[in-house]
Design a protein around this ligand. Structure first.
Ligand code: URA
Length: 266
């Protein structure tokens, strides 16, 4: 396995996988087929193609954006426009490619004129993301933008939590995962300072994945987390959130302090 590769599912997890990759893939494909034919909300009336998401069923990491834009709507694939180019560049920072993760969105059809998705549209689409999460059972959910963050960390503010690790909300469908919040790449296209923040935040993802693996290896259920994952500062409420820069330092410093942590990833 080369540098920066995510190891195959099961490596470094410390718990048995009873679902086969064939079953995971089949589940994701079935969800994709349903999404493509979905008429649950008004967004189907104006879409060209629905965008279920894409990536490997073997990944422990899912990236969740907001909703398809112009190019995604034409191609039926997530993050293929300018924001997608930036996302691919960001993944390169940690030696990953799109092929080693799964990428999807909160809403699977393009909101007209790229407006924000509305609450009823998000609600109508929510079961698809829930089922994708159940099929993938990710260790780490990377949220891109505030709509995605709102699904996994309701009430959090992106300016306060970007670049940090949190436990996914129990209602999110990813209750055995950690979340890592990032600004949306599209927001950085015209704002240089956000672009720099995104690149800096990206560097925290490997440590966040290690923290998620440790949490899962400990067999910790959603209700009975005995202690916070050691490798990262886990924030459970905005009130207790340390300064963002401090969190980033903690994540990286702790991961570096245990050389065995580095083995699976690098
Ligand atoms: N923005 C998103 O949130 N998702 C995409 O797929 C593309 C742009």
């Amino acid at each position: 396995m080369g540098p920066g590769q995510i190891p195959p599912r099961g490596v470094g997890r410390g718990w048995g996988c009873i679902v086969t990759e064939v079953e995971r893939r089949a589940a994701l494909d079935a969800i994709g087929a349903e999404v493509s034919a979905c008429t649950r909300c008004r967004l189907h009336e104006t879409r060209t193609k629905a965008v279920p998401g894409e990536g490997t069923s073997e990944s422990e990491v899912i990236f969740v954006g907001e909703g398809p834009g112009y190019n995604e709507d034409k191609q039926g694939r997530p993050f293929v426009g300018q924001a997608g180019t930036l996302l691919t560049e960001l993944l390169g920072v940690i030696g990953w490619s799109r092929d080693v993760v799964f990428i999807t969105n909160v809403v699977k059809c393009r909101p007209p004129e790229n407006r924000d998705p509305e609450a009823d549209e998000i609600a109508a689409c929510a079961p698809f993301l829930t089922r994708q999460l159940a099929a993938l059972d990710p260790a780490l959910v990377v949220t891109l933008g505030r709509f995605s963050m709102g699904r996994f960390n309701p009430g959090a503010r992106i300016s306060q939590v970007h670049g940090t690790v949190r436990r996914a909300d129990s209602e999110s469908g990813a209750s055995n995962a950690l979340t890592f919040s990032m600004y949306h790449p599209a927001a950085a296209l015209h704002q240089q300072s956000l672009r720099e923040t995104l690149f800096l935040d990206m560097e925290g993802i490997p440590a966040a994945l290690l923290a998620a693996r440790k949490m899962r290896a400990a067999g910790v259920g959603d209700a009975d987390l005995p202690e916070r994952p050691r490798a990262a500062t886990l924030i459970t409420s905005v009130e207790t959130a340390p300064e963002v820069s401090q969190v980033g330092q903690n994540v990286r410093a702790d991961a570096e302090s245990d050389p065995t942590d580095q083995l699976p990833l690098f």
